[in-house]
Ligand binder design. Sequence first.
Ligand SMILES: NC(=O)c1ccc[n+]([C@@H]2O[C@H](COP(=O)([O-])OP(=O)(O)OC[C@H]3O[C@@H](n4cnc5c(N)ncnc54)[C@H](O)[C@@H]3O)[C@@H](O)[C@H]2O)c1
Length: 343
Amino acid sequence: MSLQVGIAGAGLMGRAHAEAYARNGVQVFAVADTDPERAEALAETYGARAFARLEDMVAAGANAISICLPHNLHLPAVLYCAERGVPVLIEKPHCTTAAEAWVIRKACREHRQAPMVGFTHRFLRSTIELKRRLESGEFGLVELVTDCLVAKSLGPSAPAWYGDRAAAGGGIVMMGGIHTVDRLRWLLGSEVTAVHAVCRQADAGEGVEHLAVVLLEFASGACACLAAYRSPAPGHERRHRYQIFGTQASAACGIDEFDRQQLSISAGGATAIIECSGDDPVSAEVGEFLASLREGREPRPGLDDAEIALAIVLAIYESARTGNRVLLTDFMTRYFPWRLEDQ
Ligand SMILES: NC(=O)c1ccc[n+]([C@@H]2O[C@H](COP(=O)([O-])OP(=O)(O)OC[C@H]3O[C@@H](n4cnc5c(N)ncnc54)[C@H](O)[C@@H]3O)[C@@H](O)[C@H]2O)c1
């Protein structure tokens, strides 16, 4: 059966996925978006067919789907595809509550599906280079990480659902912080054991947090201090910087834009600059999804990593709400018990 890729959601990430399939030499078969102009415009660019609904796209023959929808629509889309045995690449977060995560886990088990989840930061050239060096032992023991993401406020040009708690499930932590959480777990090769957080919300309604300061403790002994903020300052440029301090070396990395990363490694009194410009991590991510289909294996990262990253984000919210330090094992036992049973 030939591969016929469908893209659900023709917004920012739907466009990025369509471009990434093209760069991987795969012509997208169909695009579905409830906004007909968006669906048609994206379909026309890539010679695909346009549909209003995911269901119609699958009925027409789409047999592998990128889910690039608002967060509250991930669950029904994944279930629909799982029940029909259609493999999916779901944008992060794969869903926004533990209850949804369990429904997805059960359906995927029952229908023997292994979704890929779009943690794009794992495919950044800077992350891959750092991972290689951390695994080689050249950093010694990592003791401290600092990570600061300052994005623009949600202005009128941002999708309205980004600021709607019911649709997005959270603000800058659910949207951007989840990448950081997944990237650090992966880089350090260690699990988060405890979370302490403060979150602030700019408005009093059903909006989402625009500021978070988080302390993560890792099983390895490392501590990470994360700050995430949507700045209302006019003309503010997106800025994302992090530093990793080991007992033998340290790294500083900027990922303001995916194609403009700056990585430097300092060790023994010398600093090396690692060239990472022109990077295209979304194409690399889509490449992994396509390779998993070709090779008949599970894609990485998958549901396990998605559930852990989601649990950490939800623990951050619980800590911010209660003012308490949240122990991840306790949190998992309460909300993600199947993860402990699986071990
Ligand atoms: N990996 C990354 O770096 C990255 C960056 C930004 C966003 N994201 C993720 O990508 C996903 C989509 O975010 P986005 O920024 O592209 O949002 P977006 O609002 O730009 O796009 C979502 C699209 O879905 C469409 N839509 C809404 N309801 C629909 C339905 N029922 N059926 C079909 N289409 C429907 C909307 O019309 C819109 O075009 C989210 O999970 C988000 O967190 C990932």
